[in-house]
Design a binder for this molecule. Structure first.
Ligand code: ADP
Ligand code: MG
Length: 261
């Protein structure tokens, strides 16, 4: 069972022409499924990049357990943290199976090739995401949704303890949205993965997450249970829109809906 956690401590990040993250504190514990929400451009993807060392924050620190992320080699980080980025570019000319097998690279020494066990792990990852039937297809010939699930399979093949997903359901129809979220939750519960998911859809976030973090202009505006965060006055303040918040008829979790009066 996983015991690793990831913690951002007062991180600030600016692109050359733009300050984006301002003093973010955020921790993801083992077994936790945290949703990150906020308007376009509020810094969600930038945070995911800082948490996986794709970007280095100018101030503050990111901790992977007791280790500062900045002091670890990319391969060491990739053994523990897998990322499903928002815009994924896959190298053309590879099959889905080959792409997923690349998830094993962080676990291999430079002189090693993937062995039977690595191939078995890749197969299990394809099966878990319902893409085993696509294993021999070239990834550039897959649909957006199929490709997305292959990218998630590659992340699973990394056997991470920490999973960072940036809008993983963005190009998926509702069936595949549910399938991906059920899969993520299963991994989260069965293996105790610490999971952070960026959501576009507030209601999907409220259904699946135990805790939500709401960004506004690069700051944590509100963090807490879905019921604490998904409230009309908070959403008005952050998104600048009037939404109706009603309890889900089955589980009472909040649902924010537009209301055309
Ligand atoms: P979100 O994921 O919440 O939509 P992003 O983290 O992608 O937000 O972007 C936050 C802000 O940083 C936006 O204003 C965006 O235009 C800007 N930004 C993102 N990437 C870059 C980049 N590579 N160079 C300069 N500015 C960027
Ligand atoms: Mg984004």
């Amino acid at each position: 069972m996983n015991t690793l956690y990831l913690r951002a401590e007062g991180i600030s990040f600016a692109y050359p022409d733009k300050a984006v993250l301002r003093e973010i504190d955020l921790a993801i514990q083992p077994g936790e499924l945290v949703g990150l929400i906020g308007p376009n451009g509020s810094g969600k993807s930038t945070l995911i990049k800082c948490l996986s060392r794709a970007l280095a924050p100018q101030r503050g620190r990111v901790w992977l357990d007791g280790h500062e992320l900045a002091a670890l080699a990319p391969q060491q980080i990739a053994r523990h943290i897998a990322v499903v980025p928002q815009a994924v570019e896959l190298p053309p000319g590879f099959t889905a199976f080959e792409i997923v097998l690349m998830g094993r690279v962080p676990h291999l020494a430079w002189w090693q090739n993937e062995n039977a066990r690595d191939k078995q792990i890749a197969r299990a990852a394809l099966e878990a995401t319902g893409t085993w039937a696509l294993a021999d297809r070239l990834v550039n010939q897959l649909s957006g949704g199929e490709r997305q699930r292959v990218v998630i399979a590659r992340a699973l093949a990394q056997e991470p303890q920490i999973l960072l997903l940036d809008e993983p359901t963005a190009h998926l129809d509702v069936k595949h949205q549910v399938e991906v979220m059920e899969l993520v939750r299963r991994l989260n519960r069965a293996r105790g993965l610490a999971v952070l998911v960026v959501f576009h859809d507030l209601n999907l976030a409220a259904q699946y997450c135990s805790r939500l973090v709401l960004f506004k202009e690069g700051r944590v505006y509100k963090a807490g249970s879905p019921r604490e965060v998904i409230a009309p006055e908070i959403l008005r303040e952050v998104y600048g829109v009037e939404l109706l918040v009603v309890p889900h008829p089955r589980n009472q979790r909040p649902m924010a809906v537009v209301c055309d009066t």
